[in-house]
Design a protein around this ligand. Structure first.
Ligand code: TYD
Length: 201
C-alpha cells in the first residue's frame, strides 16, 4: 500500500505522517516512511541543490526532481512495497506536476510523462491533500528554503494546482482542511487511511 501526502507549504503533512506511521506500527504493521526530495544519499545531495543551492533554471529544477524520484522509487519505494510494507511518502509525483507545471508554468504533459518515466508508472493507492491558504502556511514556517521563498502568486498557483489535480482523480485523492487544529487534521487523516489499509489486508 502506497500512500502519499501532498499540499502547499506549512500544511502540517510531515508531522501528521510521522504520527500516523507510529500509530500503524503500534498496530504491528510494517511501515516505511520516506520523502521527496531527499531520501537516500543521492537524494540528500539533490535536495541540497534544489532547496539550498543557487537559483536554478526551471527546466533543470524539474529534471532534478525527476532524477531524485527515479532513484527513490527504485532504491526505496519499490523494495519496501515488495516486502509488504505500507509506504508513507511525504510528497511524490503530484508535487512535480503542481510546482513545476502549474506553479512554474512548464509543460504539464511533459511533467506527467516525466513522472511516468521516472517511476515506471508507480502511482499511489491513496493521496491525501492537506489544503491550506498559503498566506497561513507560509506564516507557520520558521525558516524558508529556496522553494518556500517564491512569491505568494507562485504559492497561490500551487494551492490551486493541487485542488485541480485532486478533482481530476477523486478516486485517488482525499482532501483534508489543514487550517484546523493539528489534532483535528490528524484524526481526519487517520479516518481516511484506516479503511484503505483494512481493505488492503
Ligand atoms: P520540504 O522541505 O520537503 O518541505 P515540505 O514540508 O513543504 O514538503 O520541501 C520540498 C520543497 O520542494 C517544497 O517546496 C515542494 C518542492 N517540490 C517541488 O517543487 N517539486 C517536487 O517534485 C517535489 C517533490 C517537491
Amino acid at each position: 500500500m502506497f500512500i502519499t501526502f501532498e499540499g502547499p507549504e506549512g500544511a502540517g503533512k510531515s508531522s501528521a505522517l510521522a504520527v500516523i506511521a507510529e500509530r500503524l506500527r503500534s498496530q504491528g504493521r510494517e511501515v516505511v516512511t520516506t520523502r521527496e526530495p531527499g531520501a537516500g544519499d543521492f537524494g540528500k545531495n539533490i535536495r541540497q541543490i534544489l532547496l539550498h543551492g543557487e537559483d536554478l533554471d526551471p527546466k533543470a529544477e524539474l529534471l532534478l526532481f525527476l532524477a531524485d524520484r527515479a532513484n527513490h522509487v527504485s532504491s526505496i519505494v519499490r523494495p519496501a512495497l515488495k516486502s509488504g510494507a505500507i509506504v508513507l511518502c511525504d510528497r511524490y509525483a503530484d508535487s512535480t506536476v503542481v510546482y513545476q507545471a502549474h506553479g512554474r508554468g512548464l509543460d504539464e504533459e511533459f511533467a506527467r510523462v516525466g513522472n511516468s518515466f521516472a517511476t515506471g508508472g508507480l502511482t499511489p493507492d491513496l493521496t491525501i491533500l492537506f489544503d491550506l491558504d498559503p498566506h497561513v502556511g507560509l506564516s507557520r514556517l520558521e525558516s524558508k528554503d529556496r522553494m518556500d521563498g517564491q512569491s505568494i502568486e507562485f504559492h497561490l498557483k500551487v494551492r490551486a494546482g493541487f485542488l485541480y489535480e485532486a478533482r481530476l482523480n477523486p478516486m485517488r485523492w482525499r482532501l483534508v482542511d489543514a487550517s484546523q487544529s493539528q489534532e483535528a487534521v490528524l484524526e481526519e487523516c487517520w479516518e481516511i487511511i484506516t479503511p484503505h489499509i483494512q481493505s488492503n489486508i
